[in-house]
Design a protein around this ligand. Structure first.
Ligand SMILES: C[S@@+](CC[C@H](N)C(=O)[O-])C[C@H]1O[C@@H](n2cnc3c(N)ncnc32)[C@H](O)[C@@H]1O
Length: 249
């Protein structure tokens, strides 16, 4: 089936604009910390789905024999190739129709992509298809039920009800769509497709300009390390990470 690409990164310098020119060291460290805790130590063939320019490649290159960075944006993939050369393969395409065979991968991750996906259920079904039985998927989900969003709703500064399981589409952030998901909704999708949920982490718990100013990035990163597991049961952070396994037949 063909799906509209909700966000086209071709020609957008994501590396420079979003990461290098912005104060996001804390967010970057928080992602890396979670990935280190969740990814298997040894994998044969691994794909970073919506991997962009390979920001997080150093977290999986040492764990997998063969690495593919998959993305819709050819300019992101070109940049990835310039940075990592022969250490990676790149593949371009659409998440809704992944160019991998059934069971081709024994590991994959998808980080900071769900906010671009209108049909998360279809994307998750594709991720499940391309994993071999016993394989692991690490998926980061943009959470709609965060503490700041709860406060904004209660004080009537936002009409989006964070407790409602339905998908939130913040058109004010991107006119094409910017999606946030309720943890329960997402977990039902994972369960329905057949994934076993092995671990959950609460990530980027202190994503706030004010907190960065008061505590400094270094201290926030230390606090984050403890909070990822501690706060996982309440699922109030902007990023929720899931370690999912496709059951053996
Ligand atoms: C916010 S970036 C995240 C990149 C990387 N995962 C990271 O965390 O740095 C989102 C990426 O998803 C890709 N993307 C969005 N929708 C896609 C789709 N339908 N198919 C393939 N890639 C897609 C974009 O091209 C972009 O590179």
């Amino acid at each position: 089936m063909s799906e509209k690409i909700v966000s086209d990164y071709n020609g957008y310098d994501y590396k420079k604009i979003f990461w290098e020119d912005a104060d996001r060291e804390y967010e970057d460290q928080a992602d890396r910390m979670a990935i280190r805790k969740l990814l298997p130590k040894r994998m044969e063939k691994f794909a970073d789905i919506g991997g962009g320019y390979g920001r997080l490649a150093n977290e999986y290159l040492k764990r997998a024999r063969k690495v593919v960075i998959f993305d819709y944006s050819k300019s992101e993939l070109k940049q990835a190739k310039e940075i990592y050369g022969d250490k990676i393969d790149t593949k371009a395409g659409d998440i809704y129709k992944l160019p991998f065979k059934d069971g081709e991968l024994d590991g994959l991750m998808m980080v900071r992509v769900t906010h671009h996906l209108k049909h998360l259920d279809k994307a998750v079904a594709e991720l499940y298809r391309v994993l071999k039985p016993g394989g692991v998927a690490v998926i980061e989900v943009a959470n709609k039920r965060t503490l700041p969003k709860i406060v904004r709703f209660i004080t009537r500064r936002s009409k989006v009800n964070p407790f409602d399981k339905k998908v939130a589409n913040y058109k004010e952030i991107s006119k094409d769509g910017f999606y946030n998901y309720h943890p329960k909704y997402v977990e039902e999708i994972f369960d329905k497709v057949g994934f076993k949920r092995e671990r959950v982490l609460s990530v980027s718990n202190f994503r706030s300009k004010g907190l960065k100013k008061v505590f400094g990035t270094k201290n926030l990163v230390k606090m984050e390390n403890k909070a990822q597991k501690l706060l996982a049961p309440i699922r109030f952070a902007p990023s929720i990470y899931y370690k999912l396994r496709k059951p053996e037949k």
